[in-house]
Design a protein around this ligand. Structure first.
Ligand SMILES: *Cc1c(COP(=O)(O)O)cnc(C)c1O
Length: 402
Protein backbone atom coordinates (compact mmCIF):
# COMPACT_ATOMS: atom_id res chain seq x y z
CA UNK A 1 0.00 0.00 0.00
CA UNK A 2 2.96 2.30 0.55
CA UNK A 3 3.40 2.91 -3.19
CA UNK A 4 -0.29 3.69 -3.61
CA UNK A 5 -0.22 6.09 -0.65
CA UNK A 6 2.86 7.86 -2.00
CA UNK A 7 1.42 8.19 -5.48
CA UNK A 8 -1.90 9.43 -4.14
CA UNK A 9 -0.15 11.93 -1.90
CA UNK A 10 2.40 13.30 -4.36
CA UNK A 11 0.92 12.73 -7.81
CA UNK A 12 -1.83 15.10 -8.96
CA UNK A 13 -5.09 13.16 -9.06
CA UNK A 14 -5.63 13.25 -12.83
CA UNK A 15 -6.03 9.45 -13.07
CA UNK A 16 -7.92 6.87 -10.99
CA UNK A 17 -5.80 3.70 -11.28
CA UNK A 18 -6.89 0.19 -10.33
CA UNK A 19 -5.47 -1.10 -7.02
CA UNK A 20 -2.46 -2.87 -8.46
CA UNK A 21 1.20 -1.87 -8.09
CA UNK A 22 3.20 -3.11 -11.04
CA UNK A 23 6.92 -3.64 -10.81
CA UNK A 24 8.01 -5.89 -13.68
CA UNK A 25 7.04 -6.78 -17.23
CA UNK A 26 8.14 -9.27 -19.90
CA UNK A 27 6.34 -9.86 -23.19
CA UNK A 28 2.58 -9.83 -22.59
CA UNK A 29 3.00 -10.35 -18.84
CA UNK A 30 3.18 -7.97 -15.88
CA UNK A 31 3.98 -8.71 -12.24
CA UNK A 32 2.88 -6.78 -9.17
CA UNK A 33 4.97 -6.21 -6.05
CA UNK A 34 3.76 -9.44 -4.46
CA UNK A 35 4.77 -11.40 -7.55
CA UNK A 36 1.24 -11.93 -8.86
CA UNK A 37 1.19 -12.27 -12.63
CA UNK A 38 -1.18 -10.49 -15.03
CA UNK A 39 -1.69 -10.45 -18.76
CA UNK A 40 -1.49 -6.91 -20.14
CA UNK A 41 -4.85 -6.45 -21.86
CA UNK A 42 -4.36 -2.86 -22.92
CA UNK A 43 -0.71 -2.40 -23.89
CA UNK A 44 -0.67 1.16 -22.47
CA UNK A 45 -3.16 2.32 -25.15
CA UNK A 46 -1.02 0.65 -27.86
CA UNK A 47 2.30 2.10 -26.64
CA UNK A 48 3.41 -1.42 -25.75
CA UNK A 49 2.33 -3.16 -28.96
CA UNK A 50 5.67 -5.01 -29.05
CA UNK A 51 5.20 -6.24 -25.49
CA UNK A 52 7.33 -5.38 -22.48
CA UNK A 53 11.09 -5.47 -22.86
CA UNK A 54 11.29 -6.71 -26.43
CA UNK A 55 14.92 -7.93 -26.67
CA UNK A 56 15.59 -6.22 -29.99
CA UNK A 57 14.21 -2.91 -28.71
CA UNK A 58 16.28 -3.18 -25.52
CA UNK A 59 19.35 -3.89 -27.62
CA UNK A 60 18.74 -0.91 -29.94
CA UNK A 61 18.04 1.27 -26.90
CA UNK A 62 21.20 0.39 -24.98
CA UNK A 63 23.45 0.35 -28.04
CA UNK A 64 22.29 3.82 -29.08
CA UNK A 65 22.28 5.14 -25.48
CA UNK A 66 25.92 4.17 -25.09
CA UNK A 67 26.91 5.65 -28.44
CA UNK A 68 24.88 8.90 -28.56
CA UNK A 69 21.48 9.70 -27.06
CA UNK A 70 20.59 13.37 -27.45
CA UNK A 71 22.13 16.18 -29.48
CA UNK A 72 19.11 18.37 -30.41
CA UNK A 73 18.19 19.28 -33.96
CA UNK A 74 20.82 22.03 -33.98
CA UNK A 75 22.98 19.33 -35.61
CA UNK A 76 22.44 16.42 -37.99
CA UNK A 77 22.69 12.89 -36.61
CA UNK A 78 23.54 9.59 -38.26
CA UNK A 79 20.21 7.98 -37.27
CA UNK A 80 17.34 10.46 -37.76
CA UNK A 81 17.33 10.55 -41.57
CA UNK A 82 17.31 6.77 -41.90
CA UNK A 83 14.49 6.43 -39.37
CA UNK A 84 12.27 9.01 -41.07
CA UNK A 85 13.03 7.54 -44.51
CA UNK A 86 11.76 4.14 -43.31
CA UNK A 87 8.70 5.73 -41.70
CA UNK A 88 7.81 7.79 -44.78
CA UNK A 89 8.23 4.83 -47.13
CA UNK A 90 6.01 2.69 -44.94
CA UNK A 91 3.25 5.31 -44.72
CA UNK A 92 3.52 6.49 -48.31
CA UNK A 93 4.30 10.05 -47.20
CA UNK A 94 6.98 12.42 -48.48
CA UNK A 95 8.34 13.93 -45.27
CA UNK A 96 8.02 13.71 -41.50
CA UNK A 97 8.47 16.03 -38.54
CA UNK A 98 9.56 14.12 -35.43
CA UNK A 99 8.03 14.87 -32.03
CA UNK A 100 7.72 12.99 -28.74
CA UNK A 101 4.12 12.63 -27.56
CA UNK A 102 0.97 12.13 -29.57
CA UNK A 103 -0.46 15.49 -28.60
CA UNK A 104 2.63 17.21 -30.00
CA UNK A 105 2.21 15.41 -33.32
CA UNK A 106 -1.42 16.61 -33.42
CA UNK A 107 -0.37 20.18 -32.57
CA UNK A 108 2.15 19.95 -35.42
CA UNK A 109 -0.60 18.82 -37.80
CA UNK A 110 -2.82 21.73 -36.74
CA UNK A 111 -0.04 24.26 -37.31
CA UNK A 112 0.81 22.72 -40.70
CA UNK A 113 -2.83 22.77 -41.81
CA UNK A 114 -3.38 26.38 -40.76
CA UNK A 115 -0.23 27.63 -42.46
CA UNK A 116 -1.01 25.54 -45.57
CA UNK A 117 -4.51 27.03 -45.56
CA UNK A 118 -3.11 30.53 -45.72
CA UNK A 119 0.03 30.12 -47.81
CA UNK A 120 -1.09 27.46 -50.30
CA UNK A 121 -4.89 27.57 -50.37
CA UNK A 122 -5.10 31.34 -49.92
CA UNK A 123 -7.40 31.54 -46.87
CA UNK A 124 -6.91 34.93 -45.23
CA UNK A 125 -4.33 34.87 -42.46
CA UNK A 126 -5.34 33.48 -39.03
CA UNK A 127 -8.87 32.52 -40.09
CA UNK A 128 -8.45 28.93 -41.30
CA UNK A 129 -10.83 26.35 -39.86
CA UNK A 130 -10.38 22.65 -39.18
CA UNK A 131 -13.29 20.21 -39.16
CA UNK A 132 -13.20 17.57 -36.41
CA UNK A 133 -15.55 14.79 -35.31
CA UNK A 134 -17.73 14.55 -32.22
CA UNK A 135 -16.36 11.97 -29.80
CA UNK A 136 -12.78 12.70 -30.89
CA UNK A 137 -9.70 12.17 -28.76
CA UNK A 138 -6.49 13.81 -29.97
CA UNK A 139 -4.68 14.55 -26.71
CA UNK A 140 -4.72 16.99 -23.83
CA UNK A 141 -3.09 20.29 -24.79
CA UNK A 142 -5.14 23.47 -24.47
CA UNK A 143 -5.74 23.72 -28.21
CA UNK A 144 -6.64 20.05 -28.60
CA UNK A 145 -9.15 20.01 -25.75
CA UNK A 146 -10.67 23.16 -27.28
CA UNK A 147 -12.34 20.95 -29.88
CA UNK A 148 -13.16 17.99 -27.66
CA UNK A 149 -16.88 17.21 -27.43
CA UNK A 150 -16.36 15.92 -23.87
CA UNK A 151 -17.28 18.77 -21.51
CA UNK A 152 -15.14 17.35 -18.70
CA UNK A 153 -11.99 17.55 -20.84
CA UNK A 154 -12.62 21.30 -21.29
CA UNK A 155 -14.22 22.42 -18.01
CA UNK A 156 -12.33 25.29 -16.40
CA UNK A 157 -9.47 25.24 -18.91
CA UNK A 158 -10.61 28.16 -21.08
CA UNK A 159 -10.20 30.50 -22.81
CA UNK A 160 -10.17 27.87 -25.52
CA UNK A 161 -8.63 28.00 -29.01
CA UNK A 162 -11.10 28.90 -31.76
CA UNK A 163 -11.05 27.67 -35.37
CA UNK A 164 -12.60 24.19 -35.10
CA UNK A 165 -15.95 22.85 -36.26
CA UNK A 166 -17.47 19.66 -34.85
CA UNK A 167 -19.46 17.30 -37.07
CA UNK A 168 -20.92 13.86 -36.24
CA UNK A 169 -18.43 11.00 -36.72
CA UNK A 170 -19.22 8.64 -39.58
CA UNK A 171 -21.53 11.04 -41.45
CA UNK A 172 -19.84 12.14 -44.68
CA UNK A 173 -22.78 14.36 -45.77
CA UNK A 174 -22.63 16.36 -42.53
CA UNK A 175 -18.91 16.77 -43.03
CA UNK A 176 -19.36 18.00 -46.60
CA UNK A 177 -22.00 20.49 -45.43
CA UNK A 178 -19.62 21.95 -42.82
CA UNK A 179 -16.95 22.89 -45.38
CA UNK A 180 -16.61 26.60 -46.10
CA UNK A 181 -14.06 28.56 -48.15
CA UNK A 182 -12.10 28.94 -44.89
CA UNK A 183 -11.77 25.19 -44.27
CA UNK A 184 -8.13 24.12 -44.38
CA UNK A 185 -8.41 20.55 -43.13
CA UNK A 186 -10.45 17.68 -41.79
CA UNK A 187 -8.87 15.96 -38.77
CA UNK A 188 -10.14 12.47 -37.87
CA UNK A 189 -9.28 9.23 -36.15
CA UNK A 190 -10.04 6.45 -38.68
CA UNK A 191 -11.45 4.50 -35.72
CA UNK A 192 -12.26 6.42 -32.53
CA UNK A 193 -10.24 4.73 -29.78
CA UNK A 194 -10.94 6.57 -26.54
CA UNK A 195 -14.57 6.97 -27.58
CA UNK A 196 -14.97 3.19 -27.31
CA UNK A 197 -13.30 1.76 -30.44
CA UNK A 198 -15.99 3.19 -32.70
CA UNK A 199 -15.71 1.99 -36.30
CA UNK A 200 -17.38 4.31 -38.86
CA UNK A 201 -19.63 2.88 -41.61
CA UNK A 202 -17.76 1.16 -44.46
CA UNK A 203 -16.88 3.65 -47.18
CA UNK A 204 -16.85 6.66 -44.82
CA UNK A 205 -13.14 7.43 -45.16
CA UNK A 206 -13.31 6.95 -48.91
CA UNK A 207 -16.16 9.48 -49.11
CA UNK A 208 -14.30 11.92 -46.86
CA UNK A 209 -11.26 11.55 -49.12
CA UNK A 210 -13.40 12.46 -52.17
CA UNK A 211 -14.96 15.43 -50.38
CA UNK A 212 -11.54 16.72 -49.36
CA UNK A 213 -10.20 16.37 -52.91
CA UNK A 214 -13.21 18.14 -54.35
CA UNK A 215 -13.03 21.03 -51.83
CA UNK A 216 -9.21 21.34 -51.77
CA UNK A 217 -9.13 20.52 -48.06
CA UNK A 218 -6.39 18.47 -46.37
CA UNK A 219 -7.34 15.10 -44.91
CA UNK A 220 -5.37 14.62 -41.68
CA UNK A 221 -5.62 11.22 -40.00
CA UNK A 222 -4.67 10.68 -36.38
CA UNK A 223 -3.34 7.11 -36.29
CA UNK A 224 -1.54 7.52 -32.98
CA UNK A 225 -3.51 4.61 -31.54
CA UNK A 226 -4.89 2.88 -34.65
CA UNK A 227 -1.61 2.89 -36.59
CA UNK A 228 1.36 0.55 -36.66
CA UNK A 229 -0.41 -2.80 -37.02
CA UNK A 230 -3.02 -2.39 -34.28
CA UNK A 231 -6.02 -2.83 -36.64
CA UNK A 232 -4.52 -5.63 -38.72
CA UNK A 233 -2.89 -3.32 -41.28
CA UNK A 234 0.08 -0.99 -40.92
CA UNK A 235 -2.40 1.91 -40.92
CA UNK A 236 -6.18 1.87 -40.53
CA UNK A 237 -6.60 4.02 -43.68
CA UNK A 238 -5.44 1.00 -45.72
CA UNK A 239 -8.74 -0.74 -44.90
CA UNK A 240 -10.40 1.81 -47.19
CA UNK A 241 -7.68 1.96 -49.81
CA UNK A 242 -7.08 5.68 -49.36
CA UNK A 243 -4.16 7.85 -48.36
CA UNK A 244 -4.34 10.99 -46.19
CA UNK A 245 -2.48 14.26 -46.85
CA UNK A 246 -1.14 14.27 -43.30
CA UNK A 247 -0.72 11.48 -40.75
CA UNK A 248 0.01 11.43 -37.02
CA UNK A 249 1.75 8.46 -35.44
CA UNK A 250 3.00 7.89 -31.89
CA UNK A 251 2.44 5.41 -29.06
CA UNK A 252 3.69 2.07 -30.51
CA UNK A 253 6.41 3.91 -32.47
CA UNK A 254 8.43 4.13 -29.25
CA UNK A 255 8.74 0.33 -29.01
CA UNK A 256 7.22 0.39 -25.53
CA UNK A 257 10.20 2.19 -24.02
CA UNK A 258 10.17 5.84 -25.14
CA UNK A 259 7.76 8.54 -26.29
CA UNK A 260 8.28 8.82 -30.07
CA UNK A 261 5.77 10.52 -32.38
CA UNK A 262 5.71 12.20 -35.75
CA UNK A 263 3.58 14.17 -38.13
CA UNK A 264 4.01 13.00 -41.72
CA UNK A 265 2.68 14.56 -44.88
CA UNK A 266 2.88 15.40 -48.51
CA UNK A 267 5.77 17.67 -49.46
CA UNK A 268 3.43 20.61 -50.16
CA UNK A 269 2.17 20.40 -46.57
CA UNK A 270 5.51 19.82 -44.85
CA UNK A 271 7.24 22.60 -46.76
CA UNK A 272 5.19 25.23 -44.93
CA UNK A 273 7.63 24.74 -42.06
CA UNK A 274 10.70 26.96 -42.17
CA UNK A 275 13.71 26.93 -39.84
CA UNK A 276 12.59 28.34 -36.50
CA UNK A 277 8.84 28.06 -37.18
CA UNK A 278 8.35 24.90 -35.13
CA UNK A 279 10.45 22.52 -33.06
CA UNK A 280 11.01 20.39 -30.00
CA UNK A 281 14.16 19.93 -27.92
CA UNK A 282 13.80 16.18 -27.74
CA UNK A 283 11.92 15.61 -31.02
CA UNK A 284 13.93 13.34 -33.28
CA UNK A 285 16.67 12.63 -30.75
CA UNK A 286 19.09 9.82 -31.61
CA UNK A 287 17.74 7.44 -28.99
CA UNK A 288 14.16 7.91 -30.18
CA UNK A 289 15.20 7.53 -33.82
CA UNK A 290 17.12 4.30 -33.19
CA UNK A 291 14.25 2.83 -31.18
CA UNK A 292 11.63 3.99 -33.71
CA UNK A 293 13.56 2.49 -36.60
CA UNK A 294 14.02 -0.82 -34.83
CA UNK A 295 10.31 -0.86 -33.91
CA UNK A 296 9.34 -0.64 -37.59
CA UNK A 297 11.77 -3.42 -38.46
CA UNK A 298 10.50 -5.71 -35.71
CA UNK A 299 6.90 -5.08 -36.76
CA UNK A 300 7.73 -6.00 -40.35
CA UNK A 301 9.84 -9.07 -39.54
CA UNK A 302 7.40 -10.45 -36.96
CA UNK A 303 4.53 -9.73 -39.39
CA UNK A 304 2.54 -8.03 -36.67
CA UNK A 305 -0.07 -6.60 -39.05
CA UNK A 306 -1.23 -10.00 -40.25
CA UNK A 307 -0.87 -11.48 -36.74
CA UNK A 308 -3.10 -8.71 -35.41
CA UNK A 309 -5.67 -9.33 -38.17
CA UNK A 310 -5.81 -13.10 -37.65
CA UNK A 311 -5.72 -13.13 -33.84
CA UNK A 312 -8.12 -10.19 -33.65
CA UNK A 313 -10.69 -12.00 -35.79
CA UNK A 314 -10.21 -15.12 -33.70
CA UNK A 315 -10.78 -13.17 -30.47
CA UNK A 316 -13.86 -11.40 -31.89
CA UNK A 317 -15.35 -14.73 -32.95
CA UNK A 318 -14.75 -16.26 -29.54
CA UNK A 319 -16.21 -13.23 -27.73
CA UNK A 320 -19.27 -13.20 -30.02
CA UNK A 321 -19.84 -16.89 -29.25
CA UNK A 322 -19.93 -16.23 -25.48
CA UNK A 323 -23.56 -15.01 -25.73
CA UNK A 324 -23.65 -13.74 -22.17
CA UNK A 325 -26.39 -11.34 -20.99
CA UNK A 326 -23.53 -9.27 -19.53
CA UNK A 327 -22.18 -8.74 -23.05
CA UNK A 328 -24.10 -6.11 -24.94
CA UNK A 329 -21.90 -5.76 -28.01
CA UNK A 330 -18.45 -6.66 -29.22
CA UNK A 331 -16.60 -4.88 -32.02
CA UNK A 332 -13.07 -4.37 -33.20
CA UNK A 333 -10.45 -4.43 -35.91
CA UNK A 334 -7.39 -6.55 -35.36
CA UNK A 335 -6.33 -6.88 -31.73
CA UNK A 336 -8.25 -3.74 -30.82
CA UNK A 337 -11.53 -4.78 -29.33
CA UNK A 338 -14.27 -2.93 -27.48
CA UNK A 339 -16.62 -4.96 -25.31
CA UNK A 340 -19.81 -3.21 -24.19
CA UNK A 341 -20.90 -4.43 -20.78
CA UNK A 342 -24.58 -4.38 -19.80
CA UNK A 343 -24.77 -1.76 -17.02
CA UNK A 344 -27.83 -3.51 -15.59
CA UNK A 345 -25.50 -6.41 -14.71
CA UNK A 346 -22.21 -4.73 -13.76
CA UNK A 347 -20.33 -1.44 -14.21
CA UNK A 348 -17.22 -1.17 -16.37
CA UNK A 349 -14.86 -0.42 -13.51
CA UNK A 350 -16.21 -3.29 -11.38
CA UNK A 351 -15.84 -5.61 -14.36
CA UNK A 352 -12.21 -4.52 -14.81
CA UNK A 353 -11.61 -5.25 -11.13
CA UNK A 354 -13.09 -8.74 -11.62
CA UNK A 355 -10.76 -9.26 -14.59
CA UNK A 356 -7.82 -8.05 -12.52
CA UNK A 357 -8.61 -10.59 -9.80
CA UNK A 358 -8.48 -13.23 -12.55
CA UNK A 359 -5.12 -11.99 -13.84
CA UNK A 360 -6.15 -9.83 -16.79
CA UNK A 361 -5.43 -6.10 -16.66
CA UNK A 362 -7.42 -3.65 -18.73
CA UNK A 363 -9.45 -0.50 -18.37
CA UNK A 364 -12.92 0.69 -19.21
CA UNK A 365 -13.57 3.69 -21.41
CA UNK A 366 -16.82 5.68 -21.22
CA UNK A 367 -18.08 3.68 -18.22
CA UNK A 368 -19.32 0.54 -19.97
CA UNK A 369 -16.87 -0.30 -22.74
CA UNK A 370 -13.99 -2.60 -21.82
CA UNK A 371 -11.02 -2.33 -24.11
CA UNK A 372 -9.12 -5.46 -24.97
CA UNK A 373 -5.89 -4.63 -26.82
CA UNK A 374 -3.05 -6.92 -25.77
CA UNK A 375 0.47 -6.62 -27.19
CA UNK A 376 0.50 -7.72 -30.85
CA UNK A 377 3.17 -10.33 -30.11
CA UNK A 378 0.68 -12.34 -28.02
CA UNK A 379 0.56 -16.08 -28.74
CA UNK A 380 -2.68 -17.84 -29.58
CA UNK A 381 -2.27 -19.79 -26.33
CA UNK A 382 -2.00 -16.65 -24.19
CA UNK A 383 -4.86 -15.05 -26.09
CA UNK A 384 -7.06 -18.04 -25.27
CA UNK A 385 -6.00 -17.75 -21.64
CA UNK A 386 -7.11 -14.10 -21.58
CA UNK A 387 -10.42 -14.89 -23.33
CA UNK A 388 -11.07 -17.66 -20.78
CA UNK A 389 -10.61 -15.06 -18.01
CA UNK A 390 -13.15 -12.77 -19.71
CA UNK A 391 -15.63 -15.64 -20.06
CA UNK A 392 -15.20 -16.55 -16.40
CA UNK A 393 -15.71 -12.93 -15.29
CA UNK A 394 -18.88 -12.71 -17.41
CA UNK A 395 -20.35 -15.81 -15.73
CA UNK A 396 -19.37 -14.51 -12.31
CA UNK A 397 -21.04 -11.13 -13.04
CA UNK A 398 -24.27 -12.88 -14.03
CA UNK A 399 -24.33 -14.95 -10.85
CA UNK A 400 -23.70 -11.80 -8.79
CA UNK A 401 -26.57 -9.98 -10.46
CA UNK A 402 -29.01 -12.89 -10.18
C1 LIG B 1 -3.27 8.77 -27.13
C2 LIG B 1 -3.74 9.53 -28.29
C3 LIG B 1 -3.28 10.84 -28.54
C4 LIG B 1 -2.39 11.58 -27.57
O1 LIG B 1 -1.16 10.96 -27.37
P1 LIG B 1 -0.25 11.36 -26.10
O2 LIG B 1 1.02 10.63 -26.34
O3 LIG B 1 -0.99 10.87 -24.89
O4 LIG B 1 -0.12 12.84 -26.11
C5 LIG B 1 -3.71 11.46 -29.68
N1 LIG B 1 -4.55 10.86 -30.53
C6 LIG B 1 -5.01 9.61 -30.35
C7 LIG B 1 -5.92 8.99 -31.35
C8 LIG B 1 -4.64 8.91 -29.20
O5 LIG B 1 -5.13 7.69 -28.98
Amino acid sequence: MRDIDLEQRYCAPNYAPLDVVLSRGAGVWLWDREGRKYLDGMSAYSAVSLGHGHPRILHALSEQAERLAVVSRAFYSDVLGAFLADLCRLAGMDMALPMNTGAEAVETAIKAARRWGHEVKGISNDTAEIIVAAGNFHGRTTTIISFSSDADYRRGFGPLTPGFRLVPFGDAEALAAAITPRTAAVLLEPIQGENGIIIPPAGYLRKVRQICDWANVLLLLDEIQSGLCRTGKWFAFEHEGIRPDGLMVGKALGGGVLPVSAFLGKREVMNVFTPGSHGSTFGGNCLAAAVGRETLRVMAEEELASRSAALGQYALDRLAAMRSPTLRAVRGRGLWIGIDINPAVIGGKAFCRALMQRGLLTKETHEHTIRFAPPLIISRHDLDWALDRIEDALHWAEKQAA
